[in-house]
Design a protein around this ligand. Sequence first.
Ligand SMILES: Cc1cc2nc3c(=O)[nH]c(=O)nc-3n(C[C@H](O)[C@H](O)[C@H](O)COP(=O)(O)OP(=O)(O)OC[C@H]3O[C@@H](n4cnc5c(N)ncnc54)[C@H](O)[C@@H]3O)c2cc1C
Length: 247
Amino acid sequence: MVDWIEGRITGKRHWSQALYSLQIEAPLESFQAGQYIKVALDVDGERVGRPYSLVNAPQEQPLEIYFNEIPEGPLTPKLSDLEIGDRLWISAKASGVFTMDNVVSRRHLWMLATGTALGVFLSMLKTAEPWERFERIILVHGARNTGELAYGETIAALQAQHEEALTFITALTRDSSETALQGRITHLLENGLLEEAAGAKINADDSHLMMCGNSEMIKDVRAWLEARGLHRHKRHEPGHYTTEQYH
Ligand SMILES: Cc1cc2nc3c(=O)[nH]c(=O)nc-3n(C[C@H](O)[C@H](O)[C@H](O)COP(=O)(O)OP(=O)(O)OC[C@H]3O[C@@H](n4cnc5c(N)ncnc54)[C@H](O)[C@@H]3O)c2cc1C
């Protein structure tokens, strides 16, 4: 049973197309970067809740979620209609183990995100821990088109703060841009262009990978990693990658 608390919308951003961020003021218990909360609305007398990663870092207020509206979905069309001052429900506690606690320190941390999964990595990158534990962090954002590349100012601020320790790479599947790679993340691993753009190789000695977003990307990248001798990280069996699947 989820213990629900009430939250109030204090900010809203409609990035483009179906992409939204909501800022929420609510007395959430402390959480770890990488965790998610449940967000719910009462729809036709029934509480409809879904998990959302927090984009804000634990030291930041208000809470923030980043999502895309799925027209046939029961919750997101209603979430995207909310305006400043509206109320919603959130879980009193955050959950999840997709955090730095389950990442093995090596030279390079690769963060692979599709779509709205970018947000969970921003929360982590706004904390000190990944920068203390890794020489370089390579953040890869896979999206369909340039309109889906949100949070540019946040990423620019991180780049200014961490300089050459952060490499940010975008990969577009349905659009082309001079500053983005073209194609799916898996395809760019297979043809070597992702490692070339990063100026780093993925291998068992140097790399830990975090993957978040759609199941197809996670499944395909896992197969690519396993074929190279990199294995899923388990609490009692240190490995090379951790995953969180949104859909
Ligand atoms: C641990 C966890 C964390 C999550 N965090 C986020 C987050 O930070 N941001 C976010 O946008 N979503 C996130 N999701 C997905 C989210 O919980 C909802 O499923 C999504 O917002 C759609 O909700 P819905 O009720 O409108 O439709 P649902 O009934 O949940 O889904 C309708 C359909 O849309 C697909 N779908 C679900 N999510 C997406 C998506 N992001 N992009 C494209 N298709 C999707 C589903 O597979 C399903 O076929 C997370 C899921 C999990 C398990």
